[in-house]
Design a protein around this ligand. Structure first.
Ligand SMILES: *Cc1c(COP(=O)(O)O)cnc(C)c1O
Length: 339
């Protein structure tokens, strides 16, 4: 039994003993000189998995997204992005702040979809009054939702029809692939560039990649240097990424199963206002429940849950086992019989 069942995020996972051994044994060199064999291997291996020409290792998916956006868009260009997308709302406004790229946010449906007509309407005409609309950025999974494959195809075809490039924030792309039974490359295929986070459900302590055509990745490499992301003996952390890709992809299905069981537990307590599980996430908007009292009660039982924007978010991951799910069920039963 873990001391704590931490459901805040799949970022809280700690590297396993096997992953730490791989890190300790990693062959390293100066990655800024392209001399780090382990990093080179991670980049080519990930490019192959995602069916892209080249890959580039970044310290975080935030920086991988920013590197991608800046490689596609110049100063004064614009990118179309979901109003609730991570790259718009949760990355410190980096595209605008550091890239001089104007975001054109559009509403996301609860499942992450951006209406195709809204995308068309947002593409600016070629007129000197307007910024140049350069890129469409989507996110998959979005709040746990895998985007439907036909939507990925339709939206990116539409974008290309308007001369736009396409980028996928695929921080949790592997969750989408496992949940839909699609190959990661089939998801990435629709996009010019894709980011992938290694330190979410894949369980590495740090790191992300940007994948795409070699020319774009070469541009992103210069930008990464500007952003301070040129790192040296990165083999130590790239080895964790290789271990994550080798061992922790198919097992994401276990996280999805546990999230489903969690949602089933919550269905027994309608007051919690919990929704369905989507991949490894369950959201709840408790209505007649004092959220602070409830989360404090859970914390006393070693259950930590995340929240924001009036909802609680439960995320399953490598360090959440069956016992943790049972513990949540017991805590809910205790809370609601006592109240
Ligand atoms: C976590 C996350 C990121 C950023 O990842 P970091 O590695 O924490 O910078 C980007 N996009 C999405 C959808 C994410 O969930």
């Amino acid at each position: 039994m873990n001391a704590q069942a931490d459901f805040r995020s799949d970022t809280v996972t700690k590297p396993s003993a096997g992953m730490r051994r791989a890190m300790a044994a990693a062959e390293v060199g100066d990655a800024v000189y392209d001399d780090d064999p382990t990093t080179n291997r991670l980049e080519s291996m990930t490019a192959e998995i995602l069916g892209k020409e080249a890959g580039l290792f970044f310290p975080s998916a935030t920086q991988a997204n920013l590197g991608g956006l800046m490689a596609h868009c110049g100063r004064g260009d614009e990118f179309i992005v979901g109003q609730k997308a991570h790259a718009y709302r949760d990355e410190g406004g980096g595209a605008a702040v550091l890239g001089s790229i104007q975001p054109q946010p559009l509403p996301n449906e609860p499942d992450g979809i951006i209406d195709l007509d809204a995308i068309t309407a947002a593409v600016k005409p070629d007129d000197f009054h307007n910024p140049v609309t350069r890129l469409l950025a989507l996110e998959n999974t979005f709040s746990g939702h895998p985007l439907p494959e036909d939507y990925l195809r339709d939206a990116t075809e539409l974008a290309r029809g308007h001369g736009l490039a396409t980028h996928l924030d695929g921080a949790r792309l592997m969750n989408a692939a496992v949940a839909t039974g699609t190959s990661p490359a089939a998801i990435a295929e629709h996009f010019d560039s894709v980011s992938l986070c290694l330190s979410k459900g894949l369980g590495a302590p740090v790191g992300a990649l940007l994948l795409g055509p070699k020319q774009l990745i070469d541009r992103a490499k210069r930008i990464r240097k500007t952003l301070g992301g040129g790192m040296r003996q990165t083999g130590v952390i790239a080895a964790a990424g290789i271990s994550a890709l080798e061992h922790n992809v198919t097992r994401l299905g276990e996280d999805h199963d546990r999230a489903s069981r969690l949602a089933e537990v919550f269905r027994g307590f309608p007051e919690l206002g919990a929704g369905e599980a989507h991949t490894n996430m369950v959201f709840m908007s408790p209505r007649e429940v004092d959220m602070d009292a409830f989360t404090a009660f859970l914390a006393d039982r070693g259950i930590i849950v995340g929240g924001g924007y009036g909802t609680l978010r439960w995320v399953t991951h490598l360090d959440i086992d069956d016992e943790a799910i049972e513990r949540v069920g017991e805590a809910c039963r205790e809370y609601f019989t006592r109240a």
